[in-house]
Design a protein around this ligand. Structure first.
Ligand code: ZN
Length: 303
């Protein structure tokens, strides 16, 4: 199995969830073994921020990466799309402090990457194969990972709001179209009283019913309703996939999450990252995920 980048440069424009300002996002093909690297193009000192566990600078509401004075926020839905479509190397240029929110899911990024096409590179890919169980917890919140032949996720949430309540997805296979069919369209969500508090604090200025499922006491405020009845837990898995993307290689293991969030996800990612020297292995043909094989493989436009 070989590493992959995108076949040509692609761009889109959207608004930043926190700033409310328009932001341009560009994805460019990148060399083998370079990984996913973010670059701020809105002036100032150009510092590359690699998508790695040690770059995480904040996990409140969204995952923020930082290096030196450079910060890039709300990276998780784009990272989830890159992971879900098997892209190892790409340069992400963003003209502002955060990745645009688009519709609150990863669907626009999946569309953008598909538009670019995929290019297979002349460098072997590695995978992180879980060799023994690990667990992290914080009170009733916990994540356990067990050995498995591919990435599988079990995720359980329990919210006091009656529209969500207890929701669970058991043993979802991320390959075989699982990411694109079951996860990438799940939107971020928030509760009206929290959203109002964020607005008062000058945050989430770009947040609206166009990019967030908002719940009030009566239920879902968005006129179009939900995309799935359990869209909430599906979005939590999407966030988890985005956080796992920081490992820089696909994970083969079964993650079992009870009431997770970005902070706990990152603790598991750190535990897995520490084991990369012992657990990473060359990917074999058997690791190929059918969703990726379904891609049109193209030559890079610059070749
Ligand atoms: Zn999210």
């Amino acid at each position: 199995m070989f590493q992959r980048t995108i076949a040509e440069k692609v761009s889109c424009t959207g608004i930043g969830l926190h700033s409310g300002a328009p932001v341009q996002l560009t994805l460019e093909p990148a060399r083998a073994n370079s990984g996913i690297v973010f670059e701020r193009t809105d002036g100032g000192v150009p510092i590359d921020v690699p998508a790695r566990p040690e770059s995480v600078s904040a996990t409140l509401n969204a995952t923020t990466l930082g290096l030196g004075s450079a910060r890039v926020g709300t990276v998780e839905h784009l990272l989830a799309a890159l992971y879900g479509l098997g892209i190892d190397n790409v340069r992400v240029q963003v003209q502002g402090p955060e990745i645009p929110v688009m519709d609150g899911s990863a669907a626009s990024f999946v569309y953008l990457i598909r538009q670019a096409g995929v290019y297979e590179q002349d460098a072997p890919r590695r995978v992180l194969r879980v060799a023994e169980p690990i667990e992290v917890h914080d009170g009733p919140k916990r994540i356990r990972v067990e050995p498995a032949r591919s990435l599988r996720v079990t995720y359980r949430v329990d919210f006091s709001h009656p529209t969500i309540g207890r929701q669970s997805v058991e043993g979802l296979e991320l390959g075989d179209g699982g990411f694109e069919n079951e996860l990438c369209r799940a939107r971020t969500f928030g509760f009206l009283h929290e959203v109002e508090a964020l607005w008062r604090a000058g945050l989430a200025r770009g947040g609206s019913l166009e990019n967030t499922i908002v719940l009030d006491e009566d239920g879902v405020m968005n006129p179009e309703g939900l995309r799935w009845n359990d869209e909430f837990v599906r979005h939590k898995i999407l966030d988890l996939v985005g956080d796992l993307a920081l490992l820089g290689m696909p994970v083969e293991g079964h993650l079992i999450v009870e009431r997770g969030g970005h902070a706990l996800h990152q603790r598991m990612v750190s535990e897995l990252a520490r084991r990369i020297p012992a657990w990473s292995q060359p990917a074999t043909v058997a690791d190929a995920r059918p969703a990726r094989a379904a891609f049109p493989i193209r030559m890079p436009a610059t070749a």
